[in-house]
Design a protein around this ligand. Structure first.
Ligand code: SF4
Length: 364
């Protein structure tokens, strides 16, 4: 991107978009309602280019294309699981690759989106963490995954996307410059309810505090994965910088905002973080911030020999947490036949097309 690159319409919040379009059209002697026409193409018709905006005169479409960009990620690979889960690999304008996943259930269609190309956090249980960091996504590239997925879902009889989770590649709170406008755009522009949008973090405290200040009731998921600092440090290197006790204090502040729901994500790895004596500790943390606990059987990745916890151990965690009054669910593992763990599809494709170190090299 150079300083001469035109601004991206998809990265603008609704207020910024309105103002940019109105000044564009009025400076050309065009009526202000042209701005509403373009807004409709952006938020409702999900237009992919200015050329599609056929209710605008051709000269206006050309001038719009000279003044602005409308860069949506292009679908590179689509994998469809037997259980209906769909994984997209998107190619960005500079050929970087990111993933998103559509997860249908009986009552909802959830889209999991990426906030960074790669990730610098290095969590040991995560395929993306092993692949390293490429770059931050722009707000438009985050929103673009939603637009392109929504279109795909419509064309393939998947219905409407009801929920969005920032749980794909990257740590969203390490890309707050793009995260905040993307939340505003999805909520105010595309009409996705704040309570239907969840931001996931491994515990970036300044980001949690910033999210707490927002008036909307976006939800927060903490990738907890261990209820003690010592154990957590082995899974999540960021624990050294932001220790669990301080993360919990930030979560209490977030919860104080009122009506803001917190979820703990707890990936269950056989013999690593599933000892029965951890259940009490996990329960204590959950009760402290009224967190809902999601127990997730570990999804094996190519670089680790770890296995998911045994079903009876997962059940024991679930039963004992529930008996203490903790809201808990065992999350179904979805899309195992399509490289479902975060970062796997990208890892495989990168190795196939030789853009980066192959998976084999990374795992050595
Ligand atoms: S779990 Fe999330 S934060 Fe950790 S390496 Fe993977 S993508 Fe990054």
């Amino acid at each position: 991107m150079t300083p001469d690159t035109p601004p991206d319409l998809l990265s603008m919040t609704p207020i910024e978009l309105r103002s940019a379009l109105e000044s564009h059209f009025t400076s050309r002697g065009e009526p202000k309602y042209r701005a509403s026409q373009v807004e409709k193409w952006i938020y409702e018709r999900l237009g992919r280019s200015m050329e599609e905006m056929t209710d605008l005169p051709v000269t206006q479409r050309d001038e719009l294309a000279q003044s602005f960009r409308l860069d949506e990620p292009v679908s590179d690979v689509v994998q469809r699981s037997e259980d209906g889960t769909v994984k997209h690999l998107w190619r960005l304008s500079d050929d970087k690759l990111v993933e998103s996943v559509l997860i249908p259930t009986e009552s909802r269609l959830t889209l999991c989106i990426s906030s960074q190309a790669g990730c610098a956090m290095g969590c040991t249980f995560c395929a993306t963490g092993w692949g390293g960091f490429d770059r931050q996504l722009t707000a438009g590239e985050i929103v673009g995954q939603y637009r392109a997925s929504r279109r795909w879902a419509h064309e393939n009889d998947y219905g409407s996307i009801s929920n969005i989770v920032y749980m794909g590649m990257g740590e969203p709170l390490a890309n707050r410059k793009a995260l905040h406008p993307s939340l505003t755009i999805l909520n105010q522009g595309y009409g996705v309810g704040a309570r239907r949008i969840t931001v996931s973090t491994v515990g970036v405290i300044p980001g949690i505090l910033e999210l707490a200040e927002r008036p909307e009731q976006f939800r927060l998921a903490l990738s907890l994965h261990a209820p003690s600092s010592e154990l957590r440090r082995e899974l999540i290197p960021l624990e050294k910088r932001y220790p669990l006790r301080e993360v919990l204090a930030a979560l209490e502040h977030f919860e104080d905002g009122g009506g803001k729901r917190i979820t703990f994500e707890y990936t269950m790895i056989d013999g690593v973080n599933d000892a029965p004596e951890l259940i009490e500790l996990l329960g204590d943390l959950a009760l402290r911030v009224s967190a809902f606990v999601n127990l997730i059987p570990f999804n094996p990745i190519p670089y680790q020999k770890w296995r998911p916890s045994k079903p009876e151990r997962i059940l024991e965690f679930s039963r004992r947490l529930a008996s203490r009054g903790v809201s808990v669910a065992v999350r179904e593992t979805r899309g195992q036949d399509i490289d479902a763990a975060c970062g796997q599809l990208r890892g495989h494709t990168l190795s196939q097309i030789g853009l980066k170190k192959s998976v084999a090299e990374i795992s050595e």
